[in-house]
Design a protein around this ligand. Structure first.
Ligand SMILES: [Zn+2]
Length: 272
């Protein structure tokens, strides 16, 4: 497959993943009203009812006939829009009590909350109102998700160390998380599986290539639940943790590499 094509697929998948992790009420996209458009026309274009658009945008009765050019409408329930010029696609999120742009960014794995501020033209991020809807636009940088849903306990950090079995002093190119045998392991980011088999000291390992020159690896698995060539979504189960390969006990060895060079996963998971 051509690389651009893969990137398109990955982008589409990341969006689906983001949408899928929230309740249906927060699905949707944003449509910017163009000259000559009516609510009826917009409703037909997206195949949703006028009533649901009116509710999502908290219309009063007289708003039905008074769309403004440039007005941004939330189109609820739409994740696969028609080729709608002028619309910004993304996920609509309804702000809850206690949310901040920072917490919302973390929830959606957006790397920088300022991207949300910019996309929604929010002048004062401290004045978010519960019930207010904001758009998480497609294409904002999606960060890495924790590969385990159990509380993360680091048993061995990234960095130089004496290998627990070989005793050789060398770079530990990943981070080890405590995980009892059979704990579900999740794809940290959407991507294509490039390796899913045994690999020397790693034991059973899954390697995922992401669309931004990053790869993530998940070693010492007891079970592998994906195959080479699979497209996996962020948060999808890819296997079960275990104790295969050179390992002194059940744990997950997790690596993040950029163009093949290992980086400290703790930095990408905001653990430090
Ligand atoms: Zn390790």
């Amino acid at each position: 497959m051509n690389k651009n094509y893969i990137q398109v697929i990955l982008t589409v998948l990341s969006i689906t993943v983001v949408s899928a992790s929230f309740t249906p009420s927060s699905f949707g996209l944003q449509h910017q009203v163009k000259q000559g458009e009516t609510l009826t026309g917009i409703a037909q274009k997206y195949n949703v009812s006028m009533k649901s658009i009116a509710q999502a945008n908290k219309f009063r009765n007289n708003d039905y006939d008074h769309l403004r050019i440039g007005q941004k409408l939330t189109i609820p329930g739409v994740t696969n829009p028609p080729n709608a010029g002028g619309s910004i696609e993304g996920t609509v999120y309804t702000i809850e009590q206690g949310d901040s742009l920072y917490s919302i960014a973390r929830k959606f794995n957006v790397e920088d909350w300022k991207q949300l501020q910019k996309a929604n033209a929010i002048t004062n991020p401290k004045h978010l109102q519960p019930g207010q809807q904001i758009l998480i636009p497609n294409g904002v940088a999606i960060g890495f998700l924790e590969p385990l849903k159990v509380p993360l306990v680091v048993t061995s950090q990234y960095g130089y160390r004496h290998h627990p079995i070989t005793r050789r002093y060398r770079l530990h190119e990943g981070i080890d998380f405590r995980a009892s045998n059979g704990t579900r392991v999740y794809a940290s980011k959407t991507g294509v599986v490039t390796y899913a088999a045994r690999k020397s000291g790693y034991g059973k390992i899954v390697i995922i290539q992401h669309d931004d020159d990053y790869t993530t690896s998940y070693g010492h698995l007891s079970r592998i639940r994906v195959s080479k060539g699979d497209i996996v979504r962020q948060g999808q189960v890819i296997g079960l943790s275990g104790n295969t390969g050179f390992s002194t006990g059940p744990h997950l060895h997790f690596e993040v590499r950029y163009k093949g060079r290992s980086e400290n996963p703790a930095r990408h998971l905001n653990l430090q």
